[in-house]
Write a protein that binds this ligand. Sequence first.
Ligand SMILES: [Zn+2]
Length: 73
Amino acid sequence: MSCPFGAMLIVTRDVSGTSSSVAKERANLRCFLPEGHEGPHRDERADIRWEDQGHRVRLLLCHEKDPVQEYFP
Ligand SMILES: [Zn+2]
């Protein structure tokens, strides 16, 4: 069995001339590690790691200028 945890990654970008930002890109991530593994979850295709913080599917927000490779909040 593989790990049942996943994440939704949303990349935002600023709207020029305003202080708001909009979603530029969304990606569904899923963990490819074995169920019950130790350490953060990892999506090998996107090469992104994240902590679930108790969420089966965690929402990950990042800005397009920020690196998205690792999430260790
Ligand atoms: Zn996992």
